[in-house]
Ligand binder design. Structure first.
Ligand code: ASP
Ligand code: MG
Length: 411
C-alpha cells in the first residue's frame, strides 16, 4: 500500500467530463488499497479569465486582492472534484490551502510555502477518505490568502508529498511524460523513462514548460520521487530520479531544450578597464531586467565588445538603457537583435563523455548554422543562433545524438 499525491492540471480538470474521468482514475487507485491525496489546478482557462476580469476593473490591482480572486479558481475545482469522487462512492474531504493550513510567506502572487500542517489530512486518510486540496494557494501567518505563481499547483503537489512523506508525487498533465525534445518540432522525439532532477531543472529553466521550476527545485531538495504522466492515456510517464546512479552507462545527452524568448544586445568598443562590466549591467539589473548569457571578447586595442541576452519582452527597454550607458562610456556602437533563439543540449552524461561540444558544433556546421554565442555549464551547452534556424538546429542535433525512437524513420 502506498501513499500517492496526485496533481491534476488545468486541462485534466477542464470540463465536467474530465473531472468525472479523474474521479474514476482515483477510484481505481483506492480500490488497489492506496491512500490518495489529490491536488488540483483551476479548470483550464479559468486563471486567465480571472486575471482579465481584474484588469477590466483596475489597471494595477493590489496583489492581495489578486490572490483573493485567483484562489477561487482552484476552490471551484476542489468542490467539483469532491462531488465527483463522492458520486463514484468514495469518502472524500476537500480543503482550500488556508484550511489545510499551507503556510506561506507574504509575497502575494509568488508566495513560497514555509510549512504544511498535515494533521487533518492524516486523520482523513486514516479514516479512509480521499483528500482533495486546492493547488496554487496558501495563507500567510496573518491569514491572508496567497498564491504561488503561475503553474504553482505543481509546487503544492510536491510540497504535500514532501510533508506527508508520500511514496510518489504524480503530476498528471496533457502530455504522457518528458520528451527528448518538443515532439511538435521533432516527430521522432521520444518519451524518457527517467530523467534526473538536475537535467529536469535545466530543461525547465531552458523553456520546457512541463513542470514549474520551483516544483522541481523543491522535489530535488526534499528528495520527493516525482513522476510526470498523462491523465488522458495510461502509461508509465517519466520518473524524475533523485539519485544519479554512476554505475549506469549514460547517453551523451538526454534532451534538447530551446527558446525563442531571448534578445541579444552588444555594445562595441568599450574601454577594457576594470568596472566596465558592472557599469554596463548595473543599470540593466536596476531596471529589474534579467540577464541570461554574457560574453566579452579579448581586447586587442584597449577596447572590447560586450554582449548579453535578455528576455525578448525586455529588449526595447534594455536597448534604451544600453544606449545611455554607451554614451557615458564613450563606446563606439550599440547593436541589438531580437530575432535570435537559444538551443541547449542537456545531460548528466556530458560529465563522462568527451567531445560532446564538438559533436554539437559539427552537427550545426553541417547545416551551415552560424553560432553567435556559446555558454556551458557542467550538464548543459547552449548556443544562440538566428531564430530562423531553430527548428533545423533542433532536428539535426536530435539525430546527431541519436535521441530518436528506435523505430522512427522520420528523423
Ligand atoms: N491555476 C494556476 C495557473 O493557471 C496554477 C496552476 O495551474 O498550476 O497558473
Ligand atoms: Mg499547470
Amino acid at each position: 500500500m502506498a501513499l500517492y499525491v496526485q496533481k491534476y492540471g488545468g486541462t485534466s480538470v477542464g470540463s465536467v467530463e474530465r473531472i468525472k474521468a479523474v474521479a474514476e482514475k482515483v477510484k481505481k487507485f483506492k480500490q488497489q488499497g492506496h491512500d490518495i491525496v489529490v491536488t488540483v489546478s483551476a479548470m483550464s482557462g479559468e486563471t486567465n479569465r480571472l486575471i482579465t476580469l481584474a484588469k477590466e476593473v483596475q489597471s494595477i490591482p493590489s496583489p492581495r486582492e489578486m490572490d483573493v480572486l485567483l484562489s477561487t479558481g482552484e476552490q471551484v475545482t476542489i468542490a467539483l472534484m469532491s462531488m465527483a469522487l463522492e458520486q463514484v462512492g468514495l469518502k472524500v474531504r476537500s480543503y482550500t490551502g488556508s484550511q489545510v493550513k499551507i503556510l506561506t510567506d507574504s509575497t502575494h502572487m509568488k508566495a513560497r510555502i514555509e510549512d504544511i500542517d498535515v494533521q487533518k489530512i492524516r486523520s482523513d486518510l486514516d479514516a479512509g477518505a480521499v483528500v482533495v486540496v486546492a493547488g496554487f494557494q496558501g495563507a500567510d501567518l496573518a491569514g491572508n490568502i496567497t498564491t504561488l505563481g503561475r503553474g504553482g499547483s505543481d509546487t503544492t503537489g510536491v510540497a504535500l508529498a514532501a510533508a506527508l512523506k508520500a511514496d510518489e508525487c504524480q503530476i498528471y498533465t496533457d502530455v504522457d511524460g518528458v520528451y527528448t525534445t518538443d515532439p511538435r518540432v521533432v516527430e521522432g522525439a521520444r518519451r524518457l523513462d527517467e530523467i534526473t532532477f538536475e537535467e529536469m531543472l535545466e530543461m525547465a529553466s531552458l523553456g520546457s514548460k512541463i513542470l514549474q521550476i520551483r516544483a522541481v527545485e523543491f522535489a530535488g531538495k526534499y528528495k520527493v520521487p516525482l513522476r510526470v504522466l498523462s491523465s488522458f492515456v495510461d502509461g508509465p510517464g517519466t520518473l524524475i530520479t533523485i539519485e544519479d546512479d554512476d554505475n549506469v552507462e549514460k547517453p551523451e545527452i538526454s534532451g534538447i531544450a530551446f527558446n525563442r524568448d531571448e534578445a541579444k544586445l552588444t555594445v562595441m568598443g568599450v574601454p577594457d578597464i576594470p568596472g566596465v562590466a558592472s557599469k554596463i549591467l548595473g543599470p540593466i539589473s536596476e531596471a529589474n531586467i534579467e540577464v541570461d548569457m554574457i560574453l566579452q571578447n579579448v581586447a586587442e586595442d584597449q577596447t572590447t565588445d560586450f554582449t548579453f541576452t535578455v528576455h525578448r519582452n525586455d529588449f526595447d527597454q534594455a536597448l534604451l538603457i544600453l544606449n545611455n550607458t554607451a554614451k557615458a562610456l564613450n563606446a563606439r556602437e550599440v547593436k541589438g537583435d531580437n530575432k535570435i533563439a537559444k538551443v541547449s543540449i542537456v545531460g548528466v552524461g556530458m560529465r563522462s563523455h568527451a567531445g560532446v561540444a564538438t559533436k554539437m558544433f559539427d552537427a550545426l556546421a553541417a547545416e551551415n548554422i552560424n553560432i553567435q554565442m556559446i555558454s556551458t555549464s557542467e550538464i548543459k551547452i547552449s548556443v544562440v543562433m538566428a531564430e530562423k534556424y531553430l527548428e533545423l538546429a533542433v532536428r539535426s542535433l536530435h539525430s546527431a545524438f541519436e535521441l530518436g525512437r528506435k523505430d522512427s524513420i522520420s528523423e
